[in-house]
Design a binder for this molecule. Structure first.
Ligand SMILES: [Mn+2]
Length: 287
């Protein structure tokens, strides 16, 4: 398979800072070679956004428009797009670049990313990523991303969540998103815990975007960023979950998000991310 690694090295418009430093760290630690060793053809491109707006949220949308163009270019050439994403909001560029009228998502994250401007107490835009992607907020700004179409909530499976704000939980409960929280997932075992959610979405939807916020992993195993709560999956559980995704869906694009090297002095999070990347290669384009 031909893969395009699309580095989007921004954290709310700040290049190579915070989680925006993650993509470069992966590329320097031979992310490309890991996929080549697995037998794939690999090319690499980095999203360049020299003129992004001075306000952070505006910049995030501008960067997503540039990212969408790169994803569209790869996808349209039959090359599997993998986004090395600073932020989870880069999902917006990824799904816009795929541009299919009907697209689902399988999203792994410690958090819901389903706050709205009205429920977020921190105002942190990245905590709204899925809320925006499903067309629930920031609609005018999302509409500036060429190709953006909101994901239908019922075609989204959100798994591994273990840290929700109260109002965010209420919003998720009121939504049609198929939620599998971490305790339920781990208590049942990955296979039994995840299969019903994936089966529900795959009964409706074949084409999906796969999103992995690496903070779904356990910080004791893989330190990822400053937002990662205790608990979480180990790497083999996440890889097993991705294999289940690959068995059920045509994966149209994938993203590896939110790695901040400053929180990973021993490089364990980085190694975990490379394992996930390899798993993306294994499930790319699906069965
Ligand atoms: Mn996230």
């Amino acid at each position: 398979m031909d893969i395009r690694l699309i580095a989007c090295p921004y954290d709310l418009g700040h290049r190579d800072a915070g989680m925006g430093a993650g993509p470069k760290a992966f590329l320097e630690r031979s992310a490309e070679q890991v996929l080549r060793d697995a037998g794939h053809g690999v090319s690499v491109v980095t999203v360049e956004a020299p003129d992004a707006q001075s306000n952070e949220i505006g910049a995030a949308f501008e960067i997503n428009a540039l990212l969408a163009a790169e994803v569209r270019h790869a996808f349209g050439s039959g090359v599997f797009p993998i986004v090395l994403a600073g932020n989870c909001n880069h999902c917006l560029g990824a799904v816009s670049g795929v541009g299919l009228a009907e697209l689902g998502a399988v999203w792994f994250d410690a958090h819901g990313d389903f706050n709205s401007p009205d429920t977020s107490r921190s105002g942190f835009f990245d905590g709204m990523a899925l809320h925006v992607a499903t067309g629930n907020s920031w609609r005018a700004a999302a509409g500036t991303i060429p190709g953006f179409r909101p994901l239908s909530e019922r075609n989204v499976a959100l798994a591994g969540v273990r840290d929700l704000d109260e109002a965010e939980r209420a919003a998720l409960d009121a939504s049609s998103i198929v939620l599998v929280e971490e305790p339920a997932l781990l208590d049942a075992g990955i296979e039994a815990g995840l299969a019903p959610a994936l089966d529900a979405v795959s009964s409706r939807m074949r084409d999906i975007y796969v999103h992995v916020d690496l903070d779904v992993l356990d910080p004791a195993i893989a330190p990822i960023n400053g937002y990662q709560p205790p608990g979480g999956l180990d790497v083999s559980q996440l890889v097993a979950a991705l294999e289940m995704v690959g068995q059920r869906f045509q994966v149209r694009a994938a993203a590896l998000a939110s790695y901040d090297p400053a929180f990973d002095p021993d490089g364990k999070g980085l190694e975990a991310g490379l394992e996930v990347l390899k798993a993306f290669g294994d499930i790319g384009w699906g069965p």
